[in-house]
Design a protein around this ligand. Structure first.
Ligand code: GDP
Ligand code: MG
Length: 218
C-alpha cells in the first residue's frame, strides 16, 4: 500500500468547557463515528487526519484534545504552545459554555504568543435544537461575536456529521493562506507548522507517517 505524502503539518487544539462536545467532534472528523456515551477524555488524546486544500496541497492535521483538565481550566502551557490554530468549542444548548468563550480565547492568545493563532468558533449539538431541545445561544449572537473578533463561526452536529468537515477545513485554509502570504513560517523548535517530507533526487521521503484520508463523516 502506498502511504499518502503530505506537504505540511498543522497542529490544532480544541478548547472549551467540558461536555460541550470536543471529543465527539474529533471522533467524527477523524473516524466518522459518534458515541452517545463519550468517555471523559483521560490523558492526552491525539488524533490526525489528512486533508487536501484547493491547490492540491496535502495537509496533515495533528489534533489535540484536552485531557479533562478543562473542568478546572488548568490546561498546561505545553498544550497550547505548539499550536497554530484553536477550535473554540461551545454547546448551543449551554449558555455558560458560550459565555466562557472569551476566557478560552484570551488564554489561548496569551499562551500561544508570540504566534498569532487562527481561531474558529464552533457551536456543537445543533441537532438537539432541531429535535425539541432548548437552544440557549442564538446563532446570530454567536455570528456577531465571531465577526467582532474576525474569526469564523460554524454550528455543527457530531451526531449527524453536519458541518464538522467545514469547521476543520475553515481553520486549515486560513492557516494555509497565512503560510502562503509569509505570515506563518516553519520554525525550528515550534511544532505549530512543520513540513511533511523531504525531496531527495526525485524521491519523496516521509518524515512522519501519514494517515489515510477520510471524506465522509458520521
Ligand atoms: P467534551 O467533554 O467536550 O469532550 O464532550 P464530549 O465529546 O465527550 O461529549 C459530551 C456529551 O455530549 C456526550 O454524551 C456526547 O454524546 C454528547 N454530544 C457530543 N456531540 C453531540 C452532538 O453533536 N449532538 C448530540 N445530540 N450530542 C452530542
Ligand atoms: Mg473530551
Amino acid at each position: 500500500m502506498v502511504e499518502p505524502i503530505f506537504d505540511l503539518q498543522f497542529r490544532l487544539i480544541l478548547i472549551g468547557d467540558s461536555t460541550v462536545g470536543k471529543s465527539c467532534l474529533l471522533k467524527c472528523f477523524t473516524d466518522g463515528k459518534f458515541a452517545e456515551l463519550s468517555d471523559p477524555t483521560v490523558g492526552v488524546d491525539f488524533f490526525a487526519r489528512l486533508i487536501e486544500v484547493d491547490d492540491g496541497t496535502r495537509i496533515k492535521l495533528q489534533l489535540w484534545d484536552t485531557a479533562g483538565q478543562e473542568r478546572f481550566r488548568s490546561i498546561t502551557r505545553s498544550y497550547y504552545k505548539n499550536s497554530v490554530g484553536a477550535l473554540l468549542v461551545y454547546d448551543i444548548c449551554n449558555r455558560a459554555s458560550f459565555d466562557h468563550i472569551p476566557v478560552w480565547m484570551s488564554e489561548a492568545r496569551r499562551q500561544i504568543e508570540p504566534h498569532r493563532p487562527v481561531f474558529v468558533l464552533v457551536g456543537c449539538k445543533v441537532d438537539l435544537a432541531e429535535n425539541g431541545g432548548q437552544r440557549e445561544v442564538p446563532k446570530e449572537e454567536a455570528k456577531l461575536f465571531a465577526q467582532k473578533h474576525g474569526i469564523f463561526h460554524v454550528e455543527t452536529s457530531a451526531k449527524y456529521g453536519w458541518s464538522v468537515e467545514d469547521a476543520f477545513r475553515k481553520v486549515t485554509e486560513e492557516i494555509y493562506n497565512r503560510v502562503q502570504s509569509g505570515e506563518y513560517k516553519v520554525e525550528d523548535g515550534w511544532d505549530g507548522i512543520k513540513t511533511g517530507f523531504v525531496r531527495q533526487k526525485g524521491l519523496d521521503i516521509n518524515l512522519v507517517e501519514a494517515e489515510p484520508t477520510k471524506s465522509s463523516c458520521c
